[in-house]
Design a protein around this ligand. Structure first.
Ligand code: ADP
Ligand code: ASP
Ligand code: MG
Length: 403
Protein backbone atom coordinates (compact mmCIF):
# COMPACT_ATOMS: atom_id res chain seq x y z
CA UNK A 1 0.00 0.00 0.00
CA UNK A 2 1.08 3.58 -0.59
CA UNK A 3 0.63 5.47 2.66
CA UNK A 4 1.00 9.19 3.24
CA UNK A 5 1.64 9.82 6.94
CA UNK A 6 1.70 13.18 8.68
CA UNK A 7 3.38 13.82 12.02
CA UNK A 8 2.38 16.99 13.89
CA UNK A 9 4.44 19.22 16.17
CA UNK A 10 4.22 17.18 19.38
CA UNK A 11 4.87 13.96 17.46
CA UNK A 12 8.28 15.38 16.41
CA UNK A 13 8.66 17.63 19.47
CA UNK A 14 11.99 16.18 20.67
CA UNK A 15 14.80 13.99 19.36
CA UNK A 16 13.22 11.03 21.17
CA UNK A 17 9.88 11.75 19.51
CA UNK A 18 11.61 11.89 16.11
CA UNK A 19 13.13 8.46 16.81
CA UNK A 20 9.64 7.24 17.75
CA UNK A 21 8.37 8.44 14.34
CA UNK A 22 11.28 6.67 12.65
CA UNK A 23 10.19 3.46 14.43
CA UNK A 24 6.60 3.82 13.18
CA UNK A 25 7.83 4.32 9.62
CA UNK A 26 10.28 1.41 9.80
CA UNK A 27 7.55 -0.95 10.92
CA UNK A 28 5.29 0.01 8.01
CA UNK A 29 8.18 -0.24 5.56
CA UNK A 30 9.04 -3.71 6.90
CA UNK A 31 5.41 -4.67 6.17
CA UNK A 32 5.97 -3.74 2.54
CA UNK A 33 4.27 -0.34 2.42
CA UNK A 34 5.56 2.58 0.37
CA UNK A 35 5.86 5.65 2.58
CA UNK A 36 5.69 9.40 2.12
CA UNK A 37 5.82 11.09 5.53
CA UNK A 38 4.98 14.78 5.93
CA UNK A 39 6.35 16.47 9.03
CA UNK A 40 5.57 19.61 11.01
CA UNK A 41 8.10 21.77 12.80
CA UNK A 42 8.95 20.70 16.35
CA UNK A 43 6.16 21.92 18.65
CA UNK A 44 6.49 25.57 19.63
CA UNK A 45 9.00 26.23 16.84
CA UNK A 46 6.69 28.14 14.48
CA UNK A 47 5.44 30.35 17.33
CA UNK A 48 9.02 31.02 18.39
CA UNK A 49 9.97 32.13 14.87
CA UNK A 50 6.91 34.42 14.69
CA UNK A 51 7.98 35.97 17.98
CA UNK A 52 11.53 36.47 16.74
CA UNK A 53 10.20 38.38 13.71
CA UNK A 54 7.95 40.52 15.89
CA UNK A 55 10.96 41.87 17.79
CA UNK A 56 12.01 43.60 14.57
CA UNK A 57 8.67 44.51 12.99
CA UNK A 58 4.99 44.69 13.89
CA UNK A 59 4.12 43.95 10.24
CA UNK A 60 6.97 41.85 8.84
CA UNK A 61 7.26 41.33 5.10
CA UNK A 62 5.18 38.25 4.25
CA UNK A 63 7.68 36.78 1.79
CA UNK A 64 10.37 36.90 4.46
CA UNK A 65 7.95 35.40 6.99
CA UNK A 66 7.46 32.43 4.67
CA UNK A 67 11.21 31.97 4.28
CA UNK A 68 11.52 32.09 8.06
CA UNK A 69 8.57 29.86 9.00
CA UNK A 70 9.22 27.19 6.37
CA UNK A 71 12.61 26.53 7.99
CA UNK A 72 11.01 24.79 10.97
CA UNK A 73 9.65 21.88 8.95
CA UNK A 74 12.89 21.57 6.97
CA UNK A 75 14.77 20.91 10.19
CA UNK A 76 12.50 18.01 11.19
CA UNK A 77 12.39 16.52 7.68
CA UNK A 78 16.19 16.39 7.51
CA UNK A 79 16.60 15.00 11.03
CA UNK A 80 14.07 12.24 10.43
CA UNK A 81 15.73 11.36 7.12
CA UNK A 82 19.18 11.27 8.75
CA UNK A 83 17.84 8.96 11.46
CA UNK A 84 16.22 6.54 8.98
CA UNK A 85 19.24 6.41 6.68
CA UNK A 86 21.50 5.62 9.62
CA UNK A 87 19.18 2.76 10.58
CA UNK A 88 19.45 1.19 7.13
CA UNK A 89 16.31 2.61 5.48
CA UNK A 90 17.10 4.58 2.29
CA UNK A 91 15.32 7.91 2.76
CA UNK A 92 15.24 11.30 1.04
CA UNK A 93 13.94 14.51 2.55
CA UNK A 94 12.22 17.05 0.30
CA UNK A 95 11.26 20.66 0.83
CA UNK A 96 7.89 21.75 -0.55
CA UNK A 97 9.68 22.93 -3.68
CA UNK A 98 11.50 19.61 -4.16
CA UNK A 99 8.23 17.72 -3.67
CA UNK A 100 6.72 19.80 -6.51
CA UNK A 101 4.10 21.65 -4.46
CA UNK A 102 3.14 24.67 -6.55
CA UNK A 103 1.03 27.37 -4.88
CA UNK A 104 -0.42 30.77 -5.68
CA UNK A 105 1.39 33.90 -4.49
CA UNK A 106 -0.64 34.65 -1.34
CA UNK A 107 2.21 34.47 1.11
CA UNK A 108 1.49 33.09 4.62
CA UNK A 109 -1.84 31.62 3.42
CA UNK A 110 -1.04 30.21 0.00
CA UNK A 111 -3.37 27.86 -1.86
CA UNK A 112 -2.01 24.79 -3.62
CA UNK A 113 -2.44 25.09 -7.40
CA UNK A 114 -1.00 21.71 -8.34
CA UNK A 115 1.58 19.10 -7.34
CA UNK A 116 4.21 17.95 -9.86
CA UNK A 117 4.56 14.39 -8.64
CA UNK A 118 7.29 13.14 -11.00
CA UNK A 119 10.19 13.41 -8.57
CA UNK A 120 8.24 11.84 -5.70
CA UNK A 121 7.12 8.99 -7.96
CA UNK A 122 10.61 8.10 -9.24
CA UNK A 123 12.01 8.37 -5.71
CA UNK A 124 9.35 5.95 -4.43
CA UNK A 125 9.88 3.62 -7.39
CA UNK A 126 13.55 3.42 -6.41
CA UNK A 127 12.43 2.04 -3.06
CA UNK A 128 13.09 5.16 -1.02
CA UNK A 129 11.10 6.56 1.86
CA UNK A 130 10.28 10.25 1.31
CA UNK A 131 10.08 12.79 4.12
CA UNK A 132 8.39 16.01 3.01
CA UNK A 133 8.67 19.27 4.95
CA UNK A 134 5.01 20.17 5.51
CA UNK A 135 3.23 23.55 5.47
CA UNK A 136 5.08 24.88 2.41
CA UNK A 137 5.26 25.15 -1.34
CA UNK A 138 6.72 27.37 -3.99
CA UNK A 139 4.86 30.23 -5.64
CA UNK A 140 3.96 29.77 -9.25
CA UNK A 141 5.09 33.25 -10.39
CA UNK A 142 8.28 34.13 -8.58
CA UNK A 143 9.52 30.80 -7.31
CA UNK A 144 9.62 31.97 -3.71
CA UNK A 145 8.81 29.70 -0.82
CA UNK A 146 5.22 30.04 0.47
CA UNK A 147 3.44 28.68 3.55
CA UNK A 148 -0.09 27.31 3.69
CA UNK A 149 -1.49 28.92 6.87
CA UNK A 150 -1.32 27.66 10.45
CA UNK A 151 -1.80 23.93 10.79
CA UNK A 152 -0.96 23.67 7.06
CA UNK A 153 1.04 20.44 7.27
CA UNK A 154 -2.28 18.59 7.38
CA UNK A 155 -3.09 20.18 4.03
CA UNK A 156 0.33 19.22 2.58
CA UNK A 157 -0.30 15.60 3.54
CA UNK A 158 -3.83 15.40 2.13
CA UNK A 159 -2.84 17.16 -1.10
CA UNK A 160 0.11 14.79 -1.60
CA UNK A 161 -2.09 11.77 -0.84
CA UNK A 162 -4.58 13.01 -3.43
CA UNK A 163 -1.95 13.70 -6.07
CA UNK A 164 -0.21 10.34 -5.60
CA UNK A 165 -3.55 8.53 -5.29
CA UNK A 166 -2.33 7.03 -2.02
CA UNK A 167 -4.38 4.27 -0.39
CA UNK A 168 -4.62 6.21 2.84
CA UNK A 169 -3.56 9.47 4.49
CA UNK A 170 -2.89 9.00 8.21
CA UNK A 171 -2.60 12.14 10.36
CA UNK A 172 -0.61 11.22 13.50
CA UNK A 173 -1.10 13.58 16.43
CA UNK A 174 -1.21 13.53 20.24
CA UNK A 175 -4.78 12.15 20.57
CA UNK A 176 -5.86 8.80 19.14
CA UNK A 177 -8.67 10.07 16.93
CA UNK A 178 -11.59 12.45 16.62
CA UNK A 179 -13.63 12.76 19.80
CA UNK A 180 -17.12 14.11 20.43
CA UNK A 181 -15.33 17.19 21.77
CA UNK A 182 -11.79 18.19 22.76
CA UNK A 183 -10.86 15.44 25.26
CA UNK A 184 -8.65 17.95 27.09
CA UNK A 185 -11.79 19.93 28.00
CA UNK A 186 -14.25 17.08 28.53
CA UNK A 187 -12.61 13.90 29.87
CA UNK A 188 -15.85 12.01 29.10
CA UNK A 189 -15.54 12.79 25.40
CA UNK A 190 -16.01 9.65 23.32
CA UNK A 191 -13.84 8.60 20.39
CA UNK A 192 -15.68 8.26 17.10
CA UNK A 193 -15.00 5.28 14.87
CA UNK A 194 -16.03 7.25 11.77
CA UNK A 195 -17.12 10.80 11.00
CA UNK A 196 -18.34 12.31 7.71
CA UNK A 197 -16.23 14.83 5.80
CA UNK A 198 -18.96 17.45 6.22
CA UNK A 199 -19.19 17.08 9.98
CA UNK A 200 -15.41 17.07 10.34
CA UNK A 201 -15.19 20.14 8.14
CA UNK A 202 -17.67 21.97 10.38
CA UNK A 203 -15.89 20.90 13.57
CA UNK A 204 -12.51 21.95 12.15
CA UNK A 205 -13.84 25.28 10.87
CA UNK A 206 -15.53 25.93 14.20
CA UNK A 207 -12.37 25.51 16.26
CA UNK A 208 -11.48 21.81 16.67
CA UNK A 209 -7.84 22.13 15.64
CA UNK A 210 -7.26 18.37 15.51
CA UNK A 211 -7.44 18.72 11.70
CA UNK A 212 -6.93 21.89 9.67
CA UNK A 213 -10.23 22.77 7.96
CA UNK A 214 -8.73 23.22 4.49
CA UNK A 215 -7.22 19.75 4.67
CA UNK A 216 -10.65 18.24 5.33
CA UNK A 217 -12.14 20.22 2.45
CA UNK A 218 -9.44 18.89 0.15
CA UNK A 219 -9.83 15.31 1.43
CA UNK A 220 -13.53 15.50 0.58
CA UNK A 221 -12.87 16.97 -2.85
CA UNK A 222 -10.19 14.41 -3.76
CA UNK A 223 -11.90 11.52 -1.97
CA UNK A 224 -8.87 10.81 0.23
CA UNK A 225 -9.22 8.10 2.90
CA UNK A 226 -8.29 10.22 5.88
CA UNK A 227 -7.45 8.78 9.30
CA UNK A 228 -6.72 10.65 12.53
CA UNK A 229 -4.58 8.66 15.01
CA UNK A 230 -1.85 8.96 17.64
CA UNK A 231 1.93 8.67 17.29
CA UNK A 232 2.02 8.00 21.04
CA UNK A 233 -0.15 4.87 20.72
CA UNK A 234 0.30 3.83 17.06
CA UNK A 235 -1.15 0.40 17.80
CA UNK A 236 -4.58 1.98 18.48
CA UNK A 237 -6.81 2.41 15.44
CA UNK A 238 -7.88 5.99 14.87
CA UNK A 239 -10.96 7.65 13.40
CA UNK A 240 -11.84 7.36 9.70
CA UNK A 241 -13.09 10.53 8.03
CA UNK A 242 -15.24 9.39 5.14
CA UNK A 243 -18.32 9.95 2.96
CA UNK A 244 -21.64 10.29 4.74
CA UNK A 245 -23.05 7.22 2.95
CA UNK A 246 -20.30 5.05 4.50
CA UNK A 247 -21.63 5.76 7.97
CA UNK A 248 -24.52 3.53 8.98
CA UNK A 249 -25.65 5.15 12.16
CA UNK A 250 -26.09 8.89 11.90
CA UNK A 251 -26.25 10.55 15.32
CA UNK A 252 -28.27 13.76 15.56
CA UNK A 253 -25.31 15.52 17.16
CA UNK A 254 -21.76 14.26 16.52
CA UNK A 255 -19.64 16.78 18.32
CA UNK A 256 -19.09 20.08 20.09
CA UNK A 257 -16.43 22.59 19.00
CA UNK A 258 -14.97 25.58 20.81
CA UNK A 259 -13.30 28.62 19.25
CA UNK A 260 -11.71 31.19 21.55
CA UNK A 261 -10.01 33.16 18.82
CA UNK A 262 -12.80 35.58 17.92
CA UNK A 263 -13.58 39.18 18.85
CA UNK A 264 -17.09 40.63 18.96
CA UNK A 265 -17.46 44.06 17.40
CA UNK A 266 -20.54 45.98 18.63
CA UNK A 267 -21.82 49.05 16.75
CA UNK A 268 -24.54 50.87 18.65
CA UNK A 269 -27.06 53.42 17.41
CA UNK A 270 -26.34 52.82 13.75
CA UNK A 271 -28.49 54.92 11.37
CA UNK A 272 -31.14 52.49 10.11
CA UNK A 273 -30.94 53.22 6.39
CA UNK A 274 -30.10 51.18 3.29
CA UNK A 275 -26.43 50.71 2.38
CA UNK A 276 -24.69 50.96 5.76
CA UNK A 277 -24.17 47.23 6.24
CA UNK A 278 -23.11 46.90 2.62
CA UNK A 279 -20.42 49.52 2.96
CA UNK A 280 -19.10 48.23 6.32
CA UNK A 281 -18.80 44.62 5.18
CA UNK A 282 -17.40 45.58 1.79
CA UNK A 283 -14.68 47.63 3.49
CA UNK A 284 -13.85 44.70 5.78
CA UNK A 285 -13.78 42.26 2.86
CA UNK A 286 -11.47 44.59 0.93
CA UNK A 287 -8.97 44.20 3.76
CA UNK A 288 -9.35 40.39 3.65
CA UNK A 289 -11.00 40.35 7.07
CA UNK A 290 -13.07 37.25 7.55
CA UNK A 291 -16.34 38.32 9.19
CA UNK A 292 -18.03 35.36 10.80
CA UNK A 293 -21.32 35.92 12.65
CA UNK A 294 -23.48 38.99 12.08
CA UNK A 295 -26.65 40.14 13.86
CA UNK A 296 -28.63 43.32 13.44
CA UNK A 297 -31.32 44.15 15.99
CA UNK A 298 -34.72 45.52 15.04
CA UNK A 299 -34.48 49.28 14.42
CA UNK A 300 -36.06 51.67 16.92
CA UNK A 301 -36.47 55.41 16.14
CA UNK A 302 -34.32 55.10 13.03
CA UNK A 303 -31.44 53.52 14.97
CA UNK A 304 -30.26 49.93 15.14
CA UNK A 305 -27.42 47.90 16.70
CA UNK A 306 -25.04 45.77 14.66
CA UNK A 307 -22.88 42.99 16.16
CA UNK A 308 -20.39 40.86 14.32
CA UNK A 309 -17.32 38.71 14.99
CA UNK A 310 -13.87 38.66 13.40
CA UNK A 311 -10.74 36.56 14.14
CA UNK A 312 -8.58 37.97 16.97
CA UNK A 313 -5.66 38.09 14.55
CA UNK A 314 -7.63 40.63 12.44
CA UNK A 315 -8.54 42.90 15.37
CA UNK A 316 -6.06 45.70 14.61
CA UNK A 317 -6.95 45.73 10.92
CA UNK A 318 -10.67 45.78 11.84
CA UNK A 319 -10.22 48.79 14.13
CA UNK A 320 -8.57 50.70 11.29
CA UNK A 321 -11.45 49.92 8.91
CA UNK A 322 -14.09 50.80 11.52
CA UNK A 323 -12.62 54.28 12.06
CA UNK A 324 -14.32 55.26 8.81
CA UNK A 325 -17.73 54.50 10.34
CA UNK A 326 -17.50 56.31 13.67
CA UNK A 327 -19.85 59.05 12.38
CA UNK A 328 -22.47 56.51 11.34
CA UNK A 329 -23.16 55.32 14.89
CA UNK A 330 -23.13 56.36 18.54
CA UNK A 331 -20.23 54.12 19.53
CA UNK A 332 -18.24 51.00 18.64
CA UNK A 333 -16.77 48.55 21.13
CA UNK A 334 -14.56 45.48 20.88
CA UNK A 335 -14.86 42.49 23.19
CA UNK A 336 -12.33 39.68 22.99
CA UNK A 337 -13.51 37.99 26.20
CA UNK A 338 -15.97 35.93 24.17
CA UNK A 339 -15.92 32.50 22.55
CA UNK A 340 -17.99 30.50 20.13
CA UNK A 341 -19.39 27.09 21.07
CA UNK A 342 -20.91 25.02 18.30
CA UNK A 343 -22.90 21.83 17.98
CA UNK A 344 -22.40 19.80 14.82
CA UNK A 345 -24.35 16.87 13.41
CA UNK A 346 -25.71 15.75 10.03
CA UNK A 347 -28.75 14.27 11.79
CA UNK A 348 -29.93 17.79 12.69
CA UNK A 349 -31.26 18.14 9.15
CA UNK A 350 -34.14 15.84 9.95
CA UNK A 351 -34.76 16.43 13.66
CA UNK A 352 -36.52 19.16 15.59
CA UNK A 353 -35.76 20.43 19.08
CA UNK A 354 -31.99 20.24 18.71
CA UNK A 355 -31.46 23.97 19.17
CA UNK A 356 -33.85 24.36 22.10
CA UNK A 357 -31.95 21.66 23.99
CA UNK A 358 -28.73 23.65 23.57
CA UNK A 359 -30.31 26.89 24.73
CA UNK A 360 -31.79 25.16 27.80
CA UNK A 361 -28.46 23.54 28.68
CA UNK A 362 -26.76 26.93 28.70
CA UNK A 363 -29.66 28.65 30.48
CA UNK A 364 -29.56 26.02 33.25
CA UNK A 365 -25.97 27.10 33.89
CA UNK A 366 -26.87 30.80 33.75
CA UNK A 367 -24.85 31.30 30.59
CA UNK A 368 -26.13 34.17 28.47
CA UNK A 369 -26.05 33.77 24.67
CA UNK A 370 -25.03 36.93 22.77
CA UNK A 371 -25.28 35.74 19.17
CA UNK A 372 -26.76 32.61 17.59
CA UNK A 373 -26.29 31.34 14.07
CA UNK A 374 -27.45 28.11 12.51
CA UNK A 375 -27.01 26.13 9.33
CA UNK A 376 -28.33 22.76 8.21
CA UNK A 377 -25.81 20.83 10.29
CA UNK A 378 -24.61 23.23 12.99
CA UNK A 379 -25.68 25.67 15.69
CA UNK A 380 -23.15 28.25 16.91
CA UNK A 381 -23.47 30.50 19.94
CA UNK A 382 -21.33 33.39 21.15
CA UNK A 383 -20.99 33.47 24.94
CA UNK A 384 -18.61 34.94 27.53
CA UNK A 385 -15.22 33.26 27.34
CA UNK A 386 -15.09 32.52 31.06
CA UNK A 387 -17.96 30.04 30.56
CA UNK A 388 -16.35 28.27 27.59
CA UNK A 389 -15.42 24.99 29.26
CA UNK A 390 -18.60 24.83 31.33
CA UNK A 391 -20.62 25.37 28.14
CA UNK A 392 -18.79 22.61 26.27
CA UNK A 393 -19.30 20.17 29.13
CA UNK A 394 -22.96 21.01 29.65
CA UNK A 395 -23.75 20.69 25.94
CA UNK A 396 -21.83 17.42 25.77
CA UNK A 397 -23.95 16.20 28.64
CA UNK A 398 -27.24 17.54 27.25
CA UNK A 399 -26.88 15.48 24.06
CA UNK A 400 -25.54 12.42 25.97
CA UNK A 401 -22.45 12.39 23.81
CA UNK A 402 -20.54 10.25 26.29
CA UNK A 403 -22.98 7.37 25.70
P1 ADP B 1 -0.65 18.55 15.76
O1 ADP B 1 0.43 19.35 16.43
O2 ADP B 1 -0.35 17.08 15.75
O3 ADP B 1 -1.03 19.08 14.44
P2 ADP B 1 -2.89 19.83 17.05
O4 ADP B 1 -2.48 20.42 18.36
O5 ADP B 1 -3.02 20.73 15.89
O6 ADP B 1 -1.91 18.61 16.72
O7 ADP B 1 -4.29 19.06 17.25
C1 ADP B 1 -4.45 18.07 18.24
C2 ADP B 1 -5.28 18.60 19.38
O8 ADP B 1 -6.60 18.90 18.95
C3 ADP B 1 -5.50 17.64 20.52
O9 ADP B 1 -4.43 17.67 21.44
C4 ADP B 1 -6.82 18.10 21.15
O10 ADP B 1 -6.63 18.85 22.33
C5 ADP B 1 -7.41 19.02 20.10
N1 ADP B 1 -8.81 18.74 19.76
C6 ADP B 1 -9.79 19.68 19.65
N2 ADP B 1 -10.96 19.13 19.36
C7 ADP B 1 -10.76 17.80 19.26
C8 ADP B 1 -11.62 16.68 18.97
N3 ADP B 1 -12.93 16.84 18.70
N4 ADP B 1 -11.07 15.45 18.96
C9 ADP B 1 -9.75 15.26 19.22
N5 ADP B 1 -8.90 16.28 19.49
C10 ADP B 1 -9.38 17.54 19.52
N1 ASP C 1 4.26 24.39 11.89
C1 ASP C 1 3.06 24.98 11.35
C2 ASP C 1 2.17 25.53 12.45
O1 ASP C 1 2.54 25.45 13.62
C3 ASP C 1 2.31 24.03 10.46
C4 ASP C 1 1.80 22.76 11.12
O2 ASP C 1 2.30 22.38 12.18
O3 ASP C 1 0.91 22.14 10.55
O4 ASP C 1 1.14 26.08 12.17
MG1 MG D 1 -2.37 20.68 13.82
Amino acid sequence: MLKVLKFGGTSVGSLDRIQNVANIIKKLKDNGDSIVAVVSAMSGETNKLIEYASTFSSKPNEKEMDTLLSSGERVTSALLSIALNEQGYPTTSMSGREAGIITDTSHTKARIERIDTEKMKTTLDDGNIIIVAGFQGVDIENGRVTTLGRGGSDLSAVAIAGALEADVCEIYTDVDGIYTTDPRIEPNARKLEKISYDEMLELASLGAKVLQNRSVEMAKKLNVNLVSRSSFTPEVEGTLITKEENIMEKPIVSGIALDKSQVRVGMYGVSDKPGIAASIFTSLADENINVDMIVQTVGVDGKTDLDFTVPTTDLEATKIVMEKFTNDCVNIDYNDAICKVSIVGVGMKSHTGVASKAFSALANNNINIRIISTSEIKISMIIEEKYSELAVRSLHDAYNLDK
